[in-house]
Design a protein around this ligand. Structure first.
Ligand code: GMT
Length: 377
């Protein structure tokens, strides 16, 4: 199939999922066309079946806001016609679903018919989409999609609850490529970070308020009183400066390191003992799945789609949002005993295998085939 993918090219979960999906589809012989404003971060290497089409937005003094949607739609129309796209798959509803709808209409007027699939990722529904300034467009574009998927059952329920959706939403969970995300031997790295064999706690996110990174620090401050430990904070974003200030004032400051954005996150996860995800809301929690695949159990909140991923008492523990005492108690419980930690690590990996990309990819392929078939009938 010739597949056009619209996504955000950044480190965010939806862009990662879209890029990894495209790469995996290309390995199976499909021709993938990424259409976005810069090269997706996970699209590191040249690949025979993958093309990247950059959207550039022509600026003009009259524009207070440059019209990205118009440029993206035009590029999509151009790519669809020239590359003979069979299907368009958009990740993150805003603005990609309405862009795909518009492109579909323009193409239809020229006699070219191409269906589009919208995958909802989370904040496009739970935070941004609910904003009344966006709701009419989001609702319309979801309903006009030829198929709609959500990355968790919770997100599907949330979408039905928050919008007037007539369309069936199918759940296709996020996935992991276990060839990349697995525990690698990185002892030298572990020795450098934790010279006295301290336990290594890790958090990775975009440091937005929804991630509650401050809770990570609070949890760590409690853990380090009982268990010798270090904390690695990966990523960057609006809350980072405040969190840095908070760390500098905490007793555990010497044991906390900010690593910024990291490409080879699997190398850090390989030496980690516990992943902390105390988010306010999380439709899936891809970062936690990446950790689990590298044998890192998860301490998380029990919000959104997280319970569909983190099995309480098996792959880690969940607590109510903001209950840092309970999260710290659970973290200490896992970390203070070698055998218990080993058991949780093993169980985290076993559960992560359920999200193996080789199991999830065929779901997308059969969805595409069905949608293309239906659009022709
Ligand atoms: O978490 C973010 O802020 C980024 C966001 C995105 O769309 O890039 O992530 C969302 O999509 C990911 C991939 O499907 C999910 O794993 C995340 O749980 C989801 N984030 C939220 O729901 C907050």
């Amino acid at each position: 199939m010739n597949i056009g993918i619209l996504c955000y090219p950044t480190f965010g979960g939806s862009g990662v999922v879209a890029t990894e999906l495209g790469k995996a589809l290309s390995e199976k012989g499909h021709h993938i066309h990424f259409i976005t404003y810069s090269q997706p971060v996970r699209l590191e290497h040249f690949s025979e079946n993958v093309s990247y089409h950059e959207v550039s937005v022509a600026d003009y003094p009259v524009f207070e806001y440059a019209p990205y949607e118009t440029a993206l739609t035009s590029k999509l129309v151009d790519v669809a016609l020239f590359e003979k796209l069979d299907i368009i798959h958009v990740h993150y509803a805003i603005p990609h679903a309405s862009v795909a709808y518009m492109a579909k209409q323009i193409l239809a007027a020229q006699g070219y018919h191409v269906p589009f699939v919208t995958t909802l990722h989370g904040t496009d529904i739970t935070l941004v989409g609910k904003n009344p300034g966006y709701t009419p467009v989001v609702t319309f574009a979801i309903n006009m999609s030829d198929a709609v998927t959500a990355v968790s059952k919770n997100l599907m329920d949330e979408t039905y609850h928050s919008f007037k959706i007539k369309k069936e939403i199918e759940v296709i969970p996020n996935f992991i490529d276990l060839r990349r995300f697995n525990k690698q031997r990185k002892e030298h790295f572990k020795r450098a970070i934790a010279p006295n064999n301290e336990r290594l706690l890790v958090h990775a996110s975009n440091f937005r308020p929804v991630k509650r990174v401050s809770d990570v620090v609070k949890i760590f401050n409690r853990v380090v009183e009982k268990v010798p430990a270090k904390l690695l904070l990966i990523g960057d974003g609006p809350d980072r400066t405040n969190i840095e200030m908070e760390c500098r004032e905490s007793k555990a400051c010497d044991h906390i390191r900010f690593l910024g954005k990291q490409e080879a996150i699997e190398e850090i996860l390989s030496v980690s003992d516990l992943f902390i995800l105390p988010s306010e809301t999380e439709s899936f929690g891809l970062a936690a799945l990446e950790a689990m695949a590298c044998q890192v159990p998860v301490i998380s909140s029990d919000t959104g789609g997280i319970p569909e991923l983190n099995v309480h008492g098996v792959t880690g523990f969940m607590s109510h949002v903001g209950d840092v005492d309970d999260m710290a108690k659970n973290a200490i419980h896992i970390l203070e005993n070698d055998e218990r930690l080993f058991k949780f690590k093993h169980q985290a990996l076993e559960h992560a295998k359920k999200f193996d990309i080789r199991k999830i990819l065929p779901m997308y392929e059969s969805l595409y085939e069905r949608v293309i078939r239906q659009s022709k009938s």
